[in-house]
Design a protein around this ligand. Structure first.
Ligand SMILES: [Zn+2]
Length: 143
């Protein structure tokens, strides 16, 4: 039913009280009026598409932020910035880039980990001469 027909029908219905008294006709008229106010399916589809596009953009931004965070911490921890040594097919390290596999960024790492170590009663101190590798002997309790 086009807009013009619906307007004519609505005028007729409004001008004839005997029709308005019929509950079935009233319900049908109300349904037609409500259907007219609903957006066309193409408009609904456009809105849905627009919402999906916005959602996709937000997720893409979120994923980009996560990837940057993984790279940031990987660099600090001396790990492969792509996979941290978890992917044997990594084009960067072929799975060899585990934490400590190369020099990390101690200047950036220490300010981040010292507070949590202090919470556990621990502190970072230089390793004894000739002992660059960490072991349980290198962890000092500072109660
Ligand atoms: Zn890797």
């Amino acid at each position: 039913m086009n807009e013009q027909m619906l307007n004519l029908l609505q005028q007729q219905f409004s001008s004839r009280p005997e029709l308005q008294g019929n509950p079935q006709l009233s319900a049908m008229m109300q349904a037609l009026i409500e259907r007219r106010s609903d957006p066309a399916p193409a408009v609904v589809e456009d809105r849905r598409l627009e919402q999906l596009e916005k959602s996709r953009a937000r997720w893409k931004q979120y994923a980009k932020g996560l990837a940057e965070t993984v790279r940031f911490f990987g660099d600090m921890l001396g790990a492969c910035s792509l996979c941290w040594g978890e992917d044997s097919e990594c084009p960067h390290c072929q799975g060899e880039g585990t934490i400590g596999s190369r020099a990390g960024d101690i200047e950036r790492l220490l300010p981040l980990i010292e507070p949590v170590l202090a919470q556990a009663g621990l502190a970072v101190c230089p390793a004894p001469q000739g002992r660059a590798q960490t072991s349980s002997d290198d962890v000092t309790d500072v109660d």
